[in-house]
Design a protein around this ligand. Structure first.
Ligand code: G3P
Length: 225
């Protein structure tokens, strides 16, 4: 399962790339609004940092299929042809996905709340589909179960599309999808930082260092006799 950052803050992206096995970055219009700067300036900064081959998912905003296709042209023109264009899984979006498939543009079906949206997006050529795990949970349904159903539908129909699970609030949700082997998960910086946040882990590591210091007076192997 690939792990991506769902954010547009370049400092946070740099920090997480330093410490974690990160495969790319996803954004949406609300995330870009939070950044509060011209969207393509922010997105170019991200692309320059992660490199031309890394997965970068950027959402089309226009409400019609034709407008989405135009947005896709601008997105891939500015950010490179490897950039995945996120298209909402609504009828206009399906039409756009079919047109973009013909042009060889990579797409990610987004705003997925139901397995049927994911199935139709995959049929229309989406490379990824993005079920919103936590938002589904908040509606009183089971986001993990929806993602699993989508994974099963793809497998049983011989579809090559993958899941890019999005909208996480805790590490358990991410772990459940690791266990099921979905293609990718994208999470906000705080959720990624919390993946291994555990006082027991910190206590174990601290105890090793302090025991070694008691023995040698130093806190690193390179410094001891
Ligand atoms: O792009 C969709 C995803 O980022 C939603 O996440 O945390 O706003 O539910 P969230």
């Amino acid at each position: 399962m690939k792990l991506l950052i769902d954010d547009a803050n370049i400092q946070a992206i740099r920090e997480l790339y330093e410490f974690y096995p990160i495969d790319g970055v996803t954004t949406n219009p609300s995330i870009l609004a939070k950044a509060g700067r011209p969207p393509f300036a922010v997105l170019r900064e991200i692309r320059d940092f992660i490199g031309p081959e890394a997965d970068l998912h950027v959402q089309a905003v226009a409400p019609t299929a034709e407008g989405m296709a135009e947005d896709a042209r601008r997105i891939t023109g500015e950010l490179g042809e490897k950039t995945l264009v996120k298209i909402p899984c609504i009828p206009e979006g399906f039409k756009a996905m079919k047109a973009l498939r013909e042009l060889g543009v990579r797409t990610t079906g987004t705003a997925v709340y139901t397995p049927m949206q994911a199935f139709l997006a995959a049929r229309c050529g989406a490379e990824y589909v993005a079920p919103y795990i936590n938002r589904i949970d908040n509606m009183g349904f089971d986001g993990i179960a929806v993602a699993r159903e989508i994974q099963d539908i793809f497998a049983r129909n011989g579809m090559s599309a993958s899941i890019l699970a999005a909208s996480f609030k805790n590490s358990q949700q991410v772990l459940e999808l690791c266990k099921y082997g979905v293609g990718a998960a994208t999470a906000a910086p705080d959720v990624i930082r919390a993946l291994v946040k555990n006082p027991a882990i910190d206590a174990a590591v601290d105890a090793f260092v302090s025991d070694f210091e008691k023995l040698t007076g130093v806190r690193a192997m390179t410094d001891c006799e």
